[in-house]
Design a protein around this ligand. Structure first.
Ligand SMILES: [Zn+2]
Length: 72
């Protein structure tokens, strides 16, 4: 089995979407889906920041929900 050629489902660092990689004729990269791979580096960097924030917020929000459950 050659892991390098195996198509896998990855999560885009910039937009957080799941995508398949590597796919023939797709501009998708190791860390970016085919849409984000075509963005200018600076724009993609901003996306990455925002996505990191969203992930943090989601984690915080789900933690709060879980903490609230015992009292509900
Ligand atoms: Zn993306």
């Amino acid at each position: 089995m050659n892991g390098d050629d195996e198509v896998q489902t990855r999560v885009c660092r910039a937009c957080g979407e799941k995508y398949r990689y590597p796919v023939k004729h797709s501009p998708a990269q190791r860390f970016y889906c085919e849409l984000c791979a075509q963005l200018p580096t600076t724009v993609r960097a901003v996306f990455e920041r925002l996505t990191r924030r969203v992930v943090e917020l989601e984690r915080a929000a789900s933690g709060r929900v879980a903490a609230r459950k015992p009292h509900a």
